[in-house]
Ligand binder design. Structure first.
Ligand code: SF4
Length: 162
């Protein structure tokens, strides 16, 4: 069976920076019942509390740049939290590899999980097309990352691959 790494907030856990969830229903319950889901929150795994300060990748860069050491992640008080975000991404990757996940379904807009867009580092709610650091690390290890809007495409891939 092909397992799917999924952002904990999409699975209904209230782990977002503001203490909320981003629950995605539909196929997730079916996949949960099938035992396909591996639920992770990279930021909580790295030791952040909930709620916590919002953080963004600085300025209009992306998770790949963070992995390459050419961008950093700061919270809205200016603290550099790059190392912890990378630690969270590594935890997510370890979980994906341990459970043989070939797919990931990640929440959008997050500097960790952002899978089609993230915020631009100005804390002004401006988004741009880019991936977060966890999404980037998973992709570099051959795991196909899907945004919530891509759940139908993910379902089709699961049906093809089994
Ligand atoms: Fe959700 Fe990922 Fe943010 Fe955790 S790090 S709250 S799983 S988007």
């Amino acid at each position: 069976m092909k397992r799917i790494l999924v952002s904990a907030c999409l699975a209904g856990l209230p782990v977002r920076y503001d203490g909320s969830a981003k629950t995605l229903a539909s196929m997730l319950q079916t996949w949960c019942d099938e035992g396909r889901l591996v639920v992770v929150c990279p930021e909580v795994a790295a030791g952040f509390g909930t709620p916590r300060r919002p953080a963004e990748i600085q300025l209009r860069r992306n998770g790949r740049d963070v992995l390459d050491g050419t961008a950093r992640i700061c919270d809205n008080a200016g603290a550099d939290v790059t190392a912890l975000f990378i630690e969270g991404a590594r935890h997510a990757l370890q979980q994906a590899l341990a459970h043989d996940c070939r797919y990931a379904l990640l929440a959008d807009g997050s500097p960790s999980c952002g899978s089609s867009f993230i915020h631009d580092g100005t804390f002004s709610r401006v988004a741009h097309e880019a991936v977060g650091v966890t999404a980037a690390l998973l992709e570099r290890h051959g795991i196909r990352v899907f945004a919530p809007d891509g759940i139908d495409e993910l379902a089709a891939s699961i049906n093809v691959d089994g």
